[in-house]
Design a protein around this ligand. Structure first.
Ligand code: MN
Ligand code: MN
Length: 461
């Protein structure tokens, strides 16, 4: 055998999905990307993602399930947890004690939440105070067009949905930055300190209420507009979830249109591939769950986060309906924790270890572990389960790669994987490599998106 043949037989190497994909599949993957972009543009908050996913679920024959409802074999259900987390599931004929198949992604993304008392006036402007949500590089959020999304619950419980800044003819919102001419001091600061959290104040307007001389007339005029449009009073901000997100729409990148720029690929790219895989694989006997979790970016705590007991409660209810032992079911279940990874970026090779990084277009990326430093804060999948997933993807012709997030001791990050694994469910991370993760405008490859979808299809089919 010559060296080239031997190499091909023995060596492991990442391969670009472009090498093996057929013209047909390439076309399908680009078409799939178009539908993904629609989802992304309509799902800039977890509430909007839930709404979109519920509509899709209902079109695909899923019915709303409330705790305590009867469940039946062959049934397709969704549990809408407070409009912020969604658990879709279908109950297969296969004995549940052989295990359920679980996919878990998150639908919250880094952004700027308004404070509970946000509106003020200063030096001729009306502004909103913000409190950033998730890990952001603050300097990236100035001088980009922002849209305001969210919900206001008035004290009588009535609700107003707000979305301003997505349509071309709507206004946007804006955070200022210093002109370079006067930035001598600012420019000597570190990137972490150049823009502060308390400096991320959003310009909302500048026109005063002109009926008579009064102080705070700009703020008053903004309150007047909010009252006319939404029936709001200032106290209503107290029980609102209003958030500023990038107003940009998802768009193709490059002459070849092979990549997509968009806000919130992390982790709506996995959320979308997960639920479309669920809807596209109908003829299976497995019991399958697709979780779209909230709060991952701030630690997965709370009633709608992955650490909430709600997922276990629903799994328990399904076990009861199928007459299966909950503990046995968990022990035999399998989970793909679906979240993004850092794609190798030629502009920043120094933080990524090139032999163990993920690469755009090299397919869905598996991560045996996440965490930071000495593998702290991760569930670290077993070899056995890693082999199972690797085999599954190979068998189904899904292009995949294995990676960890950056160089050892360079930083790190976590996902929801450990919360599923802590339930005694075998779990591994899979997802899409992302360029500029957590930036207002992130980038992914269309083929990686498609291979992630294919990986979920293979897992639950
Ligand atoms: Mn994520
Ligand atoms: Mn993230």
């Amino acid at each position: 055998m010559n060296a080239k043949e031997l190499k091909e037989q023995l060596e492991y190497k990442n391969k670009s999905a472009f090498e093996s994909i057929s013209e047909d599949e390439l076309e399908r993957s680009f078409a799939y990307a178009e539908s993904y972009k629609l989802f992304l543009d309509s799902s800039k908050t977890e509430r909007e993602a839930v709404r979109y996913a519920v509509e899709m679920a209902e079109r695909n024959g899923y019915a709303e399930y409330r705790l305590g409802d009867e469940l039946s074999e062959g049934g397709k259900y969704y549990y809408n947890n407070r409009g912020k987390q969604l658990i879709l599931f279908r109950i297969g004929e296969e004995p549940l004690e052989k295990g359920a198949y679980i996919m878990a992604a998150h639908i919250d993304s880094p952004r700027l939440d308004l404070k509970q008392n946000p509106l003020y006036e200063d030096s001729g402007f009306g502004l909103f105070k913000t409190h950033y949500y998730g890990g952001i590089k603050k300097y990236q959020w100035t001088t980009v067009p922002l849209a305001l999304h969210g919900v206001v619950i008035r004290d009588n419980g009535s609700r107003v949905d707000i979305c301003i800044g997505e349509e071309e003819d709507e206004p946007i919102f804006y955070i200022s930055d210093l002109l370079p001419h006067l930035a001598k001091d600012q420019m000597t600061k570190s990137l972490a300190e150049g823009i502060t959290g308390e400096g991320l104040n959003i310009i909302v307007g500048s026109e005063p209420y002109r009926e008579e001389e009064t102080s705070g007339a700009i703020k008053l005029n903004l309150l007047r507009i909010l009252n006319e449009k939404y029936g709001m009073r200032e106290e209503d901000f107290i029980s609102a979830e209003l958030t500023a997100v990038p107003a940009m729409r998802a768009r193709d990148i490059g002459l070849d249109r092979s990549l997509i720029a968009g806000y919130g690929h992390d982790d709506r790219v996995c959320a979308y591939s997960e639920i479309t895989a669920l809807f596209d694989t109908e003829n299976t006997t497995k019991t399958v769950f697709a979780v779209l979790a909230d709060k991952e970016e701030i630690g997965s705590d709370g009633v709608t986060g992955m650490q909430s007991e709600i997922f276990g409660d629903i799994l328990w209810e399904v076990c009861e309906a199928k007459n299966a032992n909950y503990r046995v079911v968990k022990a035999n279940s399998k989970c793909l924790s679906a979240d993004v990874n850092a794609a190798f970026d030629p502009n920043y090779p120094e933080v990524l270890e090139k032999r163990n990084a993920s690469y755009a277009n090299c397919g869905v990326v598996l991560s045996k572990f996440t965490g930071s430093r000495g593998k702290s804060g991760t569930s670290d999948a077993t070899s056995e389960f890693t082999a199972y997933v690797r085999n599954l993807l190979n068998k189904n012709g899904v292009v995949w790669q294995m990676a960890e997030l950056g160089k050892v001791d360079q930083g790190g990050g976590g996902t929801v994987a450990k919360f599923l694994a802590n339930m005694n469910i075998d779990t591994i991370d899979v997802g899409v490599p992302v360029i500029s993760m957590h930036a207002p405008y992130e980038a992914i490859s269309k083929l990686d998106l498609y291979m992630t979808y294919r990986a979920f299809c293979a897992f639950i089919a």
